[in-house]
Design a protein around this ligand. Structure first.
Ligand code: ADP
Ligand code: ASP
Ligand code: MG
Length: 408
């Protein structure tokens, strides 16, 4: 007998039919003798619908009220899932985040889990119930409803698995595992049987939305056995996230290509090249709680340099506003910006021991006439900022250049 947490995403519970289908799957696991905790997302499209509704009322919705509203999506699904299980003769009980007591900090719309009181869930499991928990939500210490950021049900699943020391956390979605890149963009993408935790962390942080980054962080911290699988297929091992030190096998140099369109670029031209300038530019950005991702400063010439960085697109307008007076103050020539950019990243732990990965990537893009605007690297990834309109092309050609396609 094992204790298994199964998380089902929006498309897996997108209709009454889909919910019944998932309930049948859960019932099979239960009847095989396992203890099952089910975590569900809102039905597909529901979170977006609610967010749009809020924006019809308030241009910048109040974050506390937004969380009160958007958390209702998951509350609907837990009740429907419990009913579907009962209909199959399985004892089931639903819990909202606050009923479990998934305590978070107070950062509305992007709260972090602080603690989980798993006692009631354990009792229900002992009494032979399937426990159905709402993903994506919690409460802060003062009892306010909070949500965990888009895709946050993954994190609920992994955090519950950690709190319950579950044998496995299974993330069921609409693809049958983690692929070398998004199979919707590159049909030749290949499913990976395993991916190291480090690589998954990079892939998630660089835009592969198959797992929310915080869920991967949790899995790493608490050593949760994490697997991504399809709820639309009856068979399949999916993709197991592994820890490199456990691995005996030889790894491919590159495991995947990630991409995102979530960023915008800001360049300050003609900046006086003197100590403290980076701080003068980025200090006010940080003070406004805006995260900066890539930063590039040119070698100075004639006492002047150019300084570029990227921020999340939703912070772009605010960052530009903040920088105008800053640029005038430091006597920079001009502030430019653009939000029609994309970031494409090549990820692989094998990069550590292989030279020439960067040059292969640059040559591949050059051959397609794609101009590189910014580059940043770490031990296991190379990220390149390009014009948004070439993103899909860049992903396809890089995927091919690194030999990631399925064997014919
Ligand atoms: P869910 O609603 O189940 O949480 P998501 O839409 O959040 O599902 O995540 C699954 C989607 O992630 C897939 O449909 C796929 O388009 C996308 N995706 C992006 N990158 C990858 C990747 N490397 N491997 C698999 N899926 C990916
Ligand atoms: N329903 C939430 C979202 O759409 C959480 C999730 O699905 O993981 O982002
Ligand atoms: Mg998701």
């Amino acid at each position: 007998m094992a204790l298994i947490v199964q998380k089902y995403g929006g498309s897996s519970v997108g209709s009454a039919e889909r919910i019944k289908h998932v309930a049948r799957r859960v019932a099979r696991w239960k009847r095989a003798g396992h203890q099952i905790v089910v975590v569900v997302s809102a039905m597909s499209g529901e979170t977006n619908r609610l967010l749009a509704l809020a924006r019809e009322i308030q241009a910048h919705p109040d974050p506390r009220e937004l969380d009160v509203m958007v958390s209702t999506g998951e509350q609907v699904t837990i009740a429907l899932m419990s009913m579907a299980l009962m209909d199959l003769g399985i004892k089931a009980r639903s819990y909202t985040g606050s009923q479990v007591k998934i305590v978070t900090d107070n950062a509305y719309t992007r709260a972090r889990i602080v603690s989980i009181d798993e006692e009631n869930l354990r009792r229900d499991l002992r009494e032979d119930h399937v426990v159905v928990v709402a993903g994506f939500q919690g409460i802060d210490a003062a009892g306010n409803i909070t949500t965990l950021g888009r895709g946050g049900s993954d994190t609920t699943g992994v955090a519950l698995a950690a709190a319950l020391t579950a044998d496995e956390c299974q993330i069921y979605t609409d693809v049958d595992g983690v692929y070398t890149t998004d199979p919707r963009i590159v049909p030749e993408a290949r499913r990976l049987n395993t991916i190291t935790f480090e690589e998954m962390l990079e892939m998630a942080s660089l835009g592969s939305r198959v797992l929310q980054i915080r869920s991967v962080e949790f899995a790493g911290k608490y050593r949760v056995k994490l697997r991504v699988l399809s709820s639309f297929e009856e068979e399949g091992e999916g993709t197991l996230i592994t820890f490199e030190e456990d691995e005996k096998m030889e790894h491919a140099t590159i495991s995947g290509i990630a991409f995102n369109r979530d960023e915008a670029k800001i360049t300050i031209l003609g900046v006086p090249d003197r100590p403290g300038i980076a701080y003068q530019i980025l200090g006010p950005i940080g003070d406004a709680d805006i995260d900066v991702d890539m930063i590039v400063q040119n070698v100075g010439q004639d006492g002047l340099t150019d300084f570029s960085f990227t921020v999340h697109r939703s912070d772009y307008a605010k960052a530009l506003e903040i920088l105008k007076p800053v640029a005038a103050h430091i006597k920079a020539r001009e502030v430019q910006g653009g939000d029609k950019i994309a970031k494409v990243s090549v990820v692989g732990v094998g990069m550590r021991s292989h030279a020439g990965i960067a040059s292969t990537a640059f040559r591949t893009l050059a051959e397609e006439g794609i101009n590189i605007q910014m580059i940043s690297t770490s031990e296991i990834k190379i990220s390149i900022v390009i014009d948004e309109k070439y993103m899909e092309l860049a992903v396809r050609v890089l995927h091919k250049a690194f030999g990631l396609e399925q064997a014919a």
